[in-house]
Write a protein that binds this ligand. Sequence first.
Ligand SMILES: NC(=O)CC[C@H](N)C(=O)O
Length: 240
Amino acid sequence: MTYTLNAAHLYGDLMNTYGDIGNILAMRYYAKAVDATINVDLVSLDDEFDPDTYDFALFGGGQDYEQTIVSKDLQTKKAALTAYIEAGGPCLAICGGFQMLGHYYIGANGEKIAGIGALDHYTLSQDNHRFIGNITIKNAETGQTYYGFENHNGTTFLGKGERPLGEVLQGNGNNGQDKSEGVIYKNTFGSYFHGPILARNEALAKRILKLALQRKYPDADFSALDELHEDLTKNVVIKP
Ligand SMILES: NC(=O)CC[C@H](N)C(=O)O
């Protein structure tokens, strides 16, 4: 392969509840079309996150208990992760991972689980209730529609410099109130979409992949990705 991206799967052993690694597998699949591959390192408890080593970071979803464990360790990576994000490092954070990049998450039992505040959002708890179901959103800049499934207790409110990944067309999204779903901040994308959002949303997968490739190889031409159309869910029946 001509091009190689190094990806960090943050706490992939603790926060991968919904097969979030599938996001990297989807990116790797599309990457083949431009002669690129993606190496993955598990970066978990007590591991160092070196912002200069990685071209992509995936931070998956998890349950409240795992989030409390991750929360403590995450503080040791706060400076490095913040530096990576601020420098425009591409990142995809799902559900619990999305929550942890913000200031805090109030868990279902009322416990305050600290995030790293790399992004300005915060997450509250619903009273004995979760948002569960299919969700559809529309991304403002591209007009693209993204499909997924949400299952979360937390209600997230975006802050400074953050724009939503999409406007909710169907479902609940960040908080069930302001029609926002997920986040985009610099090259960091967050979403409540369960598991492999990228396997189900080709356009977003190629968008994030291209971003990462172009950042590492600014002189290369990855426009072949735009012509490629390969829906990874074409044989999958998704029931409403
Ligand atoms: N889907 C998730 O990652 C869940 C995150 C968090 N534990 C919540 O319930 O809100």
